[in-house]
Design a protein around this ligand. Structure first.
Ligand SMILES: Nc1ncnc2c1ncn2[C@@H]1O[C@H](COP(=O)(O)OP(=O)(O)O)[C@@H](O)[C@H]1O
Ligand SMILES: [Mg+2]
Length: 446
């Protein structure tokens, strides 16, 4: 089997939403006033809770969700909360529709690849492994050929012990480097995949040096033989499998670039393979979620493609977000609700988000600053609430970090109203910056 990358956590890019941990619902799917880092917006959160259930029960296949509401009303925040509720076993991919337009590939290809990133395959696989407690580990160090002042392991000799036996192995530089980077030492219980050479640390036994014992998993010296078959499960995406297969085909190995188009024949072969695995009880399909933000940037071709693709048995659940009311469908002169074609709208369950009250904005700002570990005095909070209410919530939240820097330049650990005002002066919001440039454009024309 080919080399397989496991699902990485994809939450780094949600930094603006790092205070959100879930939908904050009780067991009857009622929204708490504040929960999961979310404030208010109860109807939308409760609707999202039902959607999470439907997704978990596999009842959303072929359907999608549209979250519609004015800017800064928490559409992205709710999508992030849905992903937190679904947990990390269900793939969740977030993109802005603008990402489909690139010079590297056709837009429909970019969309298709993204859709396949949102479908997981849980594979059960039996691998030949070496497992045991490390009782001896010696590196053979040589000067780094690229930098002779450094030393790198050229090989290593390792002895693994179980209750039943002790075996020694010599390994090459690739595995030796893995030992080094994962800090493997005597007393660790490790697993080495015999075929791929991948090294996994299970934990530490009590017989190793005692330090760090409470921050690490404790493990027992295994019984049985060192070499054995072990069953694993792991999740990969259809896109991972597509790429792995494409890499093996000779034509593709000529290209070295990271992103590239994948042949439809390759995808078909992957689908066949996955269906085979499923029939043999070796694999399970996990349809995940593809969240497409800034949906108004999609054009008619992308919509048509997506609508067709949603009918396939291997399609993810689609969540769209839009802040447009009636708008032109890109690439046409037709006006439709949210700029989305009617045949696609027919498939969508729609949730709306509403503008926040002053009190809700204040609470959101407090929740967010607490998560960032910031201290604000009461006037600063009021000022930001006012900005959030009259400009936009996103802008108010974005001002927190620079205001904090300004407080620090005063040697203060607490943000005061002057820091907020300063930050507001230095960083304008998007309506001001665009109005400013528009004014300039007009002056240039006259
Ligand atoms: N109900 C809420 N509770 C807590 N934080 C929220 C809430 N709604 C929005 N936010 C935060 O406010 C900011 C703007 O919201 P966002 O989700 O980006 O709005 P939209 O996607 O509708 O434009 C984000 O940082 C978001 O996490
Ligand atoms: Mg958004």
């Amino acid at each position: 089997m080919e080399e397989i990358r496991e699902l990485a956590t994809k939450f780094e890019r949600y930094s603006a939403h790092s205070h959100i941990t879930g939908l904050g619902l009780d067991e009857n799917l009622k929204a708490r006033d504040i929960g999961g880092g979310l404030v208010g917006q109860k109807k939308a959160r409760e609707a999202a809770g039902i959607i999470v259930r439907l997704i978990r029960d596999g009842k959303m296949a072929g359907r999608g969700i549209l979250i519609a509401g004015p800017p800064g009303t928490g559409k992205t925040a709710i999508a992030v909360a849905i992903s937190k509720e679904l947990g990390k076993d269900i793939p969740f991919v977030q993109v802005s529709a603008s990402e489909f337009y690139s010079s590297e590939m056709k837009k429909t290809e970019a969309l298709y690849q993204t859709m396949r990133k949102a479908i997981g395959v849980r594979i059960r696989d039996t691998r030949r492994v070496l497992e045991g407690e490390v009782v001896e580990l010696d590196y053979n160090m040589v000067p780094n050929p690229y930098n002779p002042t450094q030393k790198v392991p050229e090989s290593a000799r390792i002895t693994l012990a179980t209750e039943k036996e002790k075996r020694s192995f010599s390994v090459g530089s690739r595995i030796a480097l893995q030992f080094m980077y994962s800090g493997i030492s005597e007393g660790d219980v490790i697993i080495i995949d015999k075929e791929t050479g991948r090294v996994t640390k299970v934990g530490r036994t009590g017989s190793g040096k005692k330090y760090d014992i409470d921050v690490e998993e404790v493990a027992e010296r295994p019984d049985g033989y060192v070499e054995k078959d072990k069953e694993y499960t792991y999740v990969v995406t259809l896109h991972d499998l597509d790429e792995a297969r494409a890499r093996r085909s000779t034509i593709f190995s000529l290209f070295s670039s990271e992103s590239r188009e994948i042949d439809n024949e390759i995808r078909q072969a992957v689908d066949e393979q996955v269906k085979d695995w499923i029939e043999q009880g070796m694999a399970e399909l996990i349809p995940g979620v593809l969240f497409i933000d800034e949906t108004h940037l999609m054009d008619i071709e992308l919509f048509a493609f997506m609508n067709r693709a949603m009918e396939s048995e291997m399609a993810p659940i689609i969540i769209l977000a839009s802040n447009r009311g009636f708008a032109k469908i890109r690439g046409t002169d037709d006006i439709s609700p949210h700029g989305i074609p009617l045949d696609l709208l027919d498939r969508l369950l729609i949730i709306t988000t509403e503008p926040y009250s002053r009190d809700e904005i204040r609470l959101i700002i407090e929740t967010r600053s607490a998560e960032m570990g910031l201290l604000l005095d009461q006037d600063a909070i009021e000022k930001l609430t006012e900005i959030g209410y009259s400009n936009s919530l996103r802008y108010a939240i974005q001002l927190l970090a620079p205001a904090n820097e300004l407080a620090k330049t005063r040697n203060s650990g607490k943000i005061e109203v002057e820091d907020v005002e300063r930050a507001e002066m230095l960083f304008v919001d998007v309506s001001k910056s665009s109005a400013y440039l528009k004014e300039w454009e007009e002056r240039m024309l006259t």
